[in-house]
Design a protein around this ligand. Structure first.
Ligand SMILES: [Zn+2]
Length: 405
């Protein structure tokens, strides 16, 4: 058995215990010993003086759902010490697609990559948008061609979607089909996946996903969700800022969250609003957790707009209050004041819901453009105008299908 001794490192063992300077002996693929000093011969020694030794990092938020099918995936992550990653966030997952594979692909393309979605997806994608200096809203597909969390810097083009270069187009009617494909990839580190509520909604309702669901469609969506959770999804992700999740009725959210709670999984959420509506958006999902008992995780918690940084204090108070009251609530955040998402999500919900050709046609009409410009230059009570909060001057276009950026 191969034995390796890491000598004299500052060891952070991942348990929360204080770090210490010492040795670590690895036998085969297991940590055989951790101690201030290990005296055993026969091991290959690596001098780690001045270095930190710690377990691999778990990257809890990546839009790598499609990127994992690209050749060479994983190298950028491993070089950053990431040994486990979770996909399927913000309502976006490749599976299940049900009988609406094409619609799911088109809907996912801007965030997960356009592989196989074709021209239509390109039009929907309409480019990624980065924002600086303003802690932009959705930050869902963050910089560095990775995604929220530690991205694979420079490993893929921005225009490939937030997750990195897209692999071959594939449809996964059931979540288990996706997990089977993951297993077949023999990836160099652990990957788990959430099931996205937006994907479930499109998979169950097709073109009718952007409106309240019929009882039949709701039951079909819940059946897909149950099968996904039973197949191994870590939980359900909501993308309440995005269409079609933003059109979900309260009873629909509750019905989904109840399935998650019943199985002891996690309900994660990209909040409906991350600017002016930050606190009310947190209240909204805390209420879902309270009514259903689901464990809640708030993804990439932030406050959009420099002048709204103080809202984060209120946000943390809300979360602390919920935890004190017995709810299971957690959050993650990334350590920079920028975000990135698709240009589409900066538009009013009504514009997000449009079929992409209809939207393009409207945008070609000067009167419609002027009307949209007016909508984007004021606050709204029903949706968070993140572009107004961050300021157009902070926006950096980083990719557009068919355009070299
Ligand atoms: Zn997100």
């Amino acid at each position: 058995m191969e034995r390796t001794l890491f000598r004299g490192a500052r060891i952070v063992d991942g348990t929360g215990a204080p770090s210490f300077v010492g040795d670590a002996l690895i036998e085969g693929v297991r940590v055989a010993a951790l101690a201030p000093e290990i005296r055993r011969g026969g091991a290959r020694e690596i001098d780690c003086a001045g270095k930190v030794l710690c377990p691999g990092f778990v990257d809890v938020h990546r839009h790598i759902d499609m990127a994992i099918f690209a050749d060479g995936f994983g190298q950028a992550e491993l070089r950053q010490g990431i040994t486990a990653s979770l996909a399927g966030h913000c309502g976006f997952s490749l599976a299940p697609a049900g009988n609406y594979g094409r619609a799911v692909r088109i809907r996912n393309a801007p965030i997960l990559g356009a592989g196989g979605a074709g021209d239509s997806a390109g039009a929907v994608g309409a480019g990624g948008v980065g924002a600086t200096g303003g802690a932009d809203g959705a930050a869902c597909a963050d910089g560095a061609a990775g995604a929220d969390g530690a991205g694979g810097v420079g490993a893929a083009g921005y225009a490939d979607g937030a997750g990195g270069a897209a692999g071959e187009p594939q449809d996964f009617p059931e979540f288990s089909d996706y997990l089977d494909a993951l297993a077949a990839r023999r990836l160099p580190f652990h990957v788990g996946a959430m099931v996205g509520a937006g994907t479930l909604r499109v998979a169950a309702a097709g073109d009718d996903a952007a409106k309240p669901m019929s009882p039949k469609a709701l039951e079909a969506m819940l059946a897909l969700l149950r099968r996904a959770l039973d197949a191994g999804a870590f939980g359900l992700s909501l993308g309440l800022m995005y269409a079609p999740d933003c059109f979900a009725a309260e009873h629909e959210l509750d019905a989904m969250a109840a399935e998650v709670a019943r199985r002891g999984r996690v309900l994660s959420v990209h909040l409906r609003g991350e600017g002016r509506a930050l606190v009310s958006s947190i209240d909204e999902v805390l209420a879902v957790a309270r009514r259903t008992g689901a464990a809640l995780h708030i993804s990439h918690l932030k406050s959009t707009g420099i002048d709204r940084a103080a809202l984060l204090d209120q946000a943390m108070e809300r979360i602390a209050g919920a935890v004190a009251a017995g709810l299971s609530v957690s959050c993650d955040a990334y350590p920079y004041s920028a975000g990135s998402t698709t240009l589409l999500t900066r538009l009013p919900p009504e514009w997000q819901a449009m079929e992409h050709r209809a939207r393009s046609a409207r945008l070609r009409d000067p009167a419609e453009r002027e009307a949209l410009r007016r909508e984007l230059s004021r606050e709204h009570s029903s949706w968070d105008n993140a572009l107004l909060a961050a300021g157009w001057e902070t926006v950096v276009p980083v990719g557009a299908p068919g355009l070299a950026m």
